[in-house]
Design a protein around this ligand. Sequence first.
Ligand code: AMP
Ligand code: GLY
Length: 433
Amino acid sequence: MKLLVIGGGGREHALAWKLARSARVHNIYIAPGNGGTARDKRFHNVPYESNEALADFAQRESIAFTVVGPEAPLASGVVDVFRSRGLRIFGPTRAAAQLESSKDFAKAFMQRHRIPTAAHGSFTAAAAARAYVSERGAPIVIKADGLAAGKGVVVAMTLDDAYAAIDSMLIDNRMGASGSRVVIEEFLAGEEASFIVMSDGKNVLALATSQDHKRLLDDDRGPNTGGMGAYSPAPIVTPTLHAKVLREIIMPTINGMASEGNPFTGFLYAGLMIDPQGEVKTVEFNCRLGDPETQPIMLRLKSSLAPLIDAAINGRLDQVEAEWDRRTALGVVVAAADYPENPRNGDAITRLPNDDDDCITFHAGTAFENEQLVTRGGRVLCVTALGETVSAAQRRAYDAIDQVAFDGMQFRRDIGHRALGYRVEKNIRIVDG
Ligand code: AMP
Ligand code: GLY
């Protein structure tokens, strides 16, 4: 069986790595892939020029199914193009991907279906947006409506910061078309977790829970990034909370999309905010797997991935189960110099750790040129390890990072800090020491 993975980041490397372990999978193509997939003989990088050209390729090569990693191809309708040609693909249609590609769509949808989320207003005029902020007060959250690669959210602690964010999006057009409408949201306090499921449009299969670290620097300081590291499971998601999220957020979303004639197929990622009382709200939806959450999740998945995706494409997710390694998996992102502002490209990666079953270095922003790996992008690697405890997984990942060398490399030293010392007993979260 030949498979195609669309994307070129750490998430797609982890998907391809996991798919390659399925017995019936012989060839995995990745469009466009990265340096790590280029030099691994199990994978073949192919260009990603357009959705149509990729569908031609899938047809020509008799690809058994395609999996889509990032949001941009989904928002541009890659699933619609493949399906119109009878090609099997796992991901949401362009219309269903609006759950991520338009915050205004997502908020209105959640309101219609009474899915818990922050109160909000939606604006295209700066004066009305400012008036809403004056009435509500700070802290308050300003979001560009469209896709903004993680840069479209300003958590404003003061009114002045909120006004500045509104002006930069609606008057100065700093976010381009993505910011020509803004969603202004109530500030939610609490702890975040990532809750990702597979959906066939009707049934869901929950993946293991996870948490990521969005800020660049230790202690959650510095600018927001795409994610500097992640771990699975998220101890804050107790079994009771897990059931509540499925009941109050995930199933109403899947049922609501179906009832509106817009069934959601693919990976659905609900970003959760959990308050100290255990109440949970949806911060955002992504219509795809998280990056870097996928890397630890794939390391913990014991079942073969290909049959799960195959079942999802066939609308039979109710007939499969996923088995998880009970250990913790933790991934640390190693980023390029000057990430996230202006990541430097072209630094030679001179040393890498050896992979084994419990520790894998997934590539993201790398290229393989003249037999040399070089940096090509902001997040370069995600070193991901399994351990009996969070600290054991942490030790393992950081020991491996000691073997990584390239100029300007930067990484956080505290990935997993929120999970340290958490124990969950009988559904009660206990913080040690
Ligand atoms: P989003 O792109 O919507 O996930 O927002 C990016 C990040 O901004 C989230 O992961 C949160 O850390 C933060 N954020 C977004 N919305 C809110 C909110 N309503 N209250 C507090 N923090 C938020
Ligand atoms: N790690 C957050 C995301 O993938 O959106």
